[in-house]
Design a protein around this ligand. Structure first.
Ligand code: NAP
Length: 305
């Protein structure tokens, strides 16, 4: 689909950016680009923030296929879009585009992925707020300071990568385990460009017990828990007092891992905080204003149900 031919749902976006209006008076348009993206909780969260601050702005959904992404990004200025979140499957392709035609912040550069775009005079700035969002939630919600501690991450996909790249050399050691060893190897390879590779340890399945015993913080960055009846990614016997658990899953009211942790009085939080803070940080990048965190949290919780 070319940028010129908008499906009916998105025609409303073009209508709301009526180019004949006085530009200084025009409503600011923000949004999320992904595919599929209709399930996103970001519109509820960001629109609640605009409303709370009395801003004439609207956050829209842009469902764009990978083939159409480059044309879409080229047309951002014409559409008068001021800022975007970028989600699956576009984070790496958006980084590649902005690397050529705009500028990237250090997080986006190191990670090789963009989740936030700010448009200034038609030029794109790419950011990644996933790592910073996780970090803020880790410290504020879970009350865990990772510096000098042992961290174990389950899963070596996109979310794991964002977290590990942001934690960097802070922890004493980061151990990572994935059912696909190749993903761990790729992550380690990427990590060593920027950090001390001795601090990142790949854990094989048979070494998981030992790694769990050593860990002070366990992060679930696998999709296990996203479905209602999913098991926990680890056996509950490893949830000992003193361990901290961060479960990135946010689409379930309570995962098996969270239930097990609660029953054993282990400190644990779900991924809602990461989702919230990646959004509040994006809001602040776009608007230069302090995000109304409480309002955004409420909207998010309502969206999750
Ligand atoms: P992803 O790219 O698919 O990566 C997940 C990785 O975990 C895959 O390599 C997967 O292997 C592996 N895996 C699956 N089961 C495993 C197990 N039992 N033990 C070890 N590794 C296992 O997914 P993602 O985008 O990184 O997302 C991961 C999780 O984080 C999801 O639950 C997602 O909802 C959550 N998330 C939360 C936030 C937030 O803001 N809270 C943001 C992003 C993601 P296979 O591919 O072979 O299955």
């Amino acid at each position: 689909m070319s940028v010129g031919s908008l499906p009916a749902g998105r025609q409303a976006i073009r209508d709301s950016t009526d180019f004949s209006q006085n530009k200084t008076m025009a409503k600011k348009i923000y949004g999320i680009v992904g595919h599929p993206v209709s399930h996103s909780l970001s519109p509820a969260m960001q629109n609640a923030a605009f409303k709370a601050l009395g801003m004439d702005a609207e956050y829209q959904i842009f469902d764009i296929t990978p083939e159409d992404l480059e044309d879409f990004l080229k047309g951002i200025a014409e559409r008068e879009i001021s800022g975007l979140n970028v989600t699956i499957p576009h984070k790496i392709k958006a980084k590649d585009y902005i690397e050529r035609y705009g500028s990237l912040d250090e997080n986006a550069k190191r990670l090789g992925a963009v989740n936030t775009i700010k448009v200034i005079d038609g030029t794109l700035e790419g950011y990644n707020t996933d790592g910073p969002g996780f970090y803020r939630s880790l410290v504020e919600d879970l009350k865990f300071e990772p510096e000098g501690r042992n961290v174990l991450v389950l899963g070596a996909g996109g979310a794991s990568m964002a977290i590990i790249m942001y934690l960097g050399n802070g922890p004493k050691e980061i151990a990572v385990m994935d059912i696909d060893d190749k993903k761990c190897e790729a992550l380690k390879d990427h990590f060593k460009i920027y950090y001390d590779e001795k601090r990142l340890d790949i854990v094989r399945r048979e070494e998981l017990k030992e790694a769990l015993e050593k860990a002070e913080l366990l992060i679930n960055a696998t999709p296990v828990g996203m479905k209602k009846d999913d098991p926990s990614p680890i056996d509950a016997i490893f949830l000992r007092p003193g361990l901290y658990v961060y479960d990135l899953v946010y689409n379930q009211p309570m995962t098996r891992l969270m239930k097990d942790a609660k029953e054993r009085k282990v400190h644990a939080v779900a991924g809602t905080g990461m989702l919230l803070y990646q959004g509040t940080i994006a809001f602040e990048i776009w608007t230069g204003q302090k995000a109304p965190v409480a309002v955004m949290r409420r909207a998010l919780k309502k969206g999750i149900g």
